[in-house]
Design a protein around this ligand. Structure first.
Ligand code: ZN
Length: 182
């Protein structure tokens, strides 16, 4: 999958940036935007910067219902999506409300999760925002999916088996070792 860079959605420059390192990343936190699925990433950024007074869009990545992935603060930018979890957690937002998520959106989120684990070198905890903060985010449907382990039927397309977080998806999981000749 491709990540649409900030230049691809007309991002404003951040007022400031803080970065962390992979050694600090232990959590992957799923959010929803609680707005229409048609809301632009730029509109979300404008709200965060002008309405909330934050330095930038608060998520690390955003995903829309068509499965497109947008770069927010990126892999190692410290976000503003979950108090006390912005250094440890990569925040990914599904653009929409409870019940709006699609298989395409879930595949994109799962791809980001697998890629984050590959880059970190270990499995990050799969969390919904409500698991670390008193909020309804990311909605009942998406939260149940996260708690179920973020399954996507057919596996994480395009991701080699060794990159899949729980190691149960892909051809290697299906292949039995050949019997040794006696
Ligand atoms: Zn949230």
């Amino acid at each position: 999958m491709n990540i649409i860079p900030r230049s691809g959605w007309g991002a404003r420059a951040p007022r400031s940036t803080t970065t962390t390192s992979w050694s600090q990343r232990t959590e992957f936190i799923v959010h929803y935007s609680l707005g229409p699925t048609t809301q632009s990433v730029r509109a979300i950024q404008d709200f965060h910067m002008d309405g909330q007074g934050w330095s930038d869009i608060d998520y690390n990545f955003l995903v829309d219902v068509a499965g497109r992935i947008y770069e927010g603060r990126g892999w190692l930018g410290v976000g503003a999506h979950a108090p006390d979890h912005n250094t440890s957690g990569i925040g990914v937002c599904m653009i929409g409300r409870d019940g709006d998520s699609t298989l395409a959106a879930k595949r994109a989120i799962r791809w980001l999760y697998d890629e984050a684990c590959r880059r970190a070198g270990w499995n990050l905890a799969k969390l919904g925002h409500r698991d670390v903060y008193a909020t309804s985010c990311p909605g009942n449907e998406l939260h149940a999916w996260v708690r179920a382990g973020m399954p996507v039927d057919g596996g994480a397309a395009g991701v080699p088996a060794e990159h899949v977080g729980d190691g149960l998806v892909g051809p290697r999981a299906l292949r039995r070792p050949a019997p040794s000749p006696q």
